[in-house]
Design a binder for this molecule. Structure first.
Ligand code: NAP
Length: 491
């Protein structure tokens, strides 16, 4: 049974105790059983069909095409983790046989990854499917063998309830422990804090604002037993516009970026919020094309009133900062729709005003005009701690400045060349994370198969009799998975 309405803190204790009891059973399920469960969740979500899309459209203002795409991504992620379970090597099993003749004798040691315990997932407002109730955090945590408690995002509660009901059906169909998944719909910081601090909670996944992600991290740090919090927070995703690339392609790059800045009304954590270039005739061509393109993009509805109000407030703060001008028609957003805008500032004024480094979540970017490449690098380094950074450059640009790629890797988790950061491919090589404050743990990704690594911990068994070992570590390798044996990979 899902708990769908939590109104008091003692109920949070109950939810997390149930989650822990279910975890003790669920973690014993084998990879095939868990794969079938994830597949079934995907199927149940598809079965929700039109009702789901219509409900989410009404709650989020997102268009049908976007929602269909996001639903496809969500079910694909569930199936990707199911395939990962069947393949098996994600547990990183390794076997080091005993060497009895060594002095002192070397013991038999075997290691694998095991689930961490009940995971609390905070749904994201800007991804009602792919980063909410049955999104990437939930799918990867369940795949690893953890139970999950989702704190629904209040901006799409009915959507979240529909998806929760799909998971509930999959639990029943696959005979999983009843409390493998639970759904908390109450909206208050107190409830969120209690979920993070309840003693049975073992890890937390979050996507949203910097203030929210940091608050959850701090709640976890002061627990008697601190736990990991994987918060994916704001990012301004700086873009370098290098001189030769602009000289050759200013107009094309400007059109590409006009599309990226306004995609989904700018409501992506990978939205390119800072464009950094050097004052020149080609940068003027870029500005002119970008301004024309942005001025033609109509105002559009944001996800919810709170996000629109925050956008209006933050863009006003940016535009009233010393040295900041508007490159586009400065039409303030009205009570319903957000107008896109490009602001402009010199490198010196940017460096002098800390507030300009803050994310303005919405269809906004700040163009920073520097006097030379040294100032570009100074501006770029001052905003390190990003999900992405993009470099628009030619071979000539990189011959002149080979240090830029190395610098980029210290600034962001994903380094893009000659592209736009919006659009995050789901694959094994994707990194969606980055140095703080983009995320609270830069060693992990929230997208792709490696997202599962957030919800596991390594355990090694020393001198354990074969029949007592988990299947992944037994000498005969009954799961037939790739393992590291005596230092040799894939045996
Ligand atoms: P949010 O304010 O960070 O809230 C997300 C979730 O975290 C909500 O469930 C909220 O609880 C909870 N939460 C936030 N602060 C908390 C605290 N101090 N203690 C306990 N729980 C807390 O995100 P949002 O509602 O989606 O949007 C607000 C702003 O976040 C946006 O305007 C935008 O600036 C930013 N944002 C950024 C990204 C990104 O990817 N970079 C994505 C979405 C939003 P309640 O349910 O109780 O409210």
């Amino acid at each position: 049974m899902l708990l769908s309405s939590i109104t008091s803190l003692p109920e949070i204790d109950l939810v997390m105790e149930q989650s822990m009891l279910a975890f003790l059973e669920y973690k014993k399920t084998n990879p095939k059983e868990r794969a079938a469960f994830l597949e079934r969740i995907a199927l149940e979500i598809e079965t929700l069909s039109e009702e789901l899309i219509r409900t989410t459209q009404a709650e989020t203002n997102l268009p049908e095409a976007r929602l269909l795409g996001e639903r496809g991504r969500t079910t694909m992620q569930l199936r990707m983790f199911a395939a990962m379970l069947l393949e098996g090597s994600w547990v990183e099993a390794s076997v080091d046989h005993a060497i009895l003749e060594r002095v002192p004798a070397k013991p038999d040691i075997r290691k694998m990854l095991v689930p961490i315990g009940p995971v609390v997932v905070f749904g994201a407002s800007n991804f009602p499917y792919a980063y909410s109730t049955a999104g990437g955090d939930t799918a990867s945590a369940l795949a690893a063998g953890n139970t999950v408690v989702v704190k629904a995002h209040p901006a799409h509660l009915k959507t979240s309830q529909l998806i929760a009901s799909a998971i509930e059906k999959a639990i029943a169909f696959c005979n999983m422990p009843t409390y493998t998944f639970q759904h908390v719909t109450e909206s208050s910081f107190e409830i969120g804090k209690a979920l993070v601090q309840q003693s049975n909670t073992s890890a937390v996944g979050f996507t949203g604002s910097f203030s929210g992600g940091r608050a959850l991290f701090d709640y976890a740090a002061v627990r008697p037993r601190p736990i990991p919090v994987f918060s994916e927070m704001g990012s301004t995703n700086p873009v370098l516009l290098l001189p030769n690339a602009l000289e050759l392609n200013a107009e094309t790059i400007a059109s590409q970026y006009a599309g990226s800045i306004t995609l989904g009304v700018g409501q992506f954590c990978t939205n390119p919020g800072l464009l950094i270039g050097i004052k020149s005739a080609s940068l003027d061509r870029f500005k002119s094309t970008l301004a024309t393109a942005i001025n033609q993009i109509p105002a559009a509805k944001m996800l919810h009133q709170g996000i629109l109000s925050a956008y209006q407030k933050n863009r006003s703060i940016a535009l009233s900062t010393k040295g900041v001008n508007s490159l586009t028609n400065d039409i303030a957003s009205n009570k319903i729709d957000a107008t896109p805008i490009i602001a402009m500032v010199s490198g010196a004024d940017f460096l002098a005003n800390e507030n300009l480094k803050e994310e303005v979540f919405g269809p906004y970017a700040l163009l920073i005009e520097c006097t030379n490449i040294e100032e570009v690098k100074q501006v770029w380094k001052s905003v390190s701690g990003q999900l992405t950074t993009s470099l628009m450059g030619t071979d000539k640009d990189f011959e002149l400045h080979p240090e830029l790629i190395e610098m980029a890797s210290s600034i962001a988790g994903r380094v893009l060349l000659n592209g736009v950061p919006t659009g995050v491919d789901v694959c094994a090589s994707m990194v969606h994370g980055g140095p703080y404050p983009a995320s609270t743990d830069s060693r992990f990704t929230a997208v792709g198969i490696n997202a599962v690594k957030r919800w596991v911990r390594p355990v090694c068994y020393q001198n354990c009799p074969d029949h007592l070992l988990p299947d992944a570590l037994k000498e005969s390798n009954p799961l037939q998975i790739k393992r590291m044996v005596d230092g040799n990979p894939y045996q």
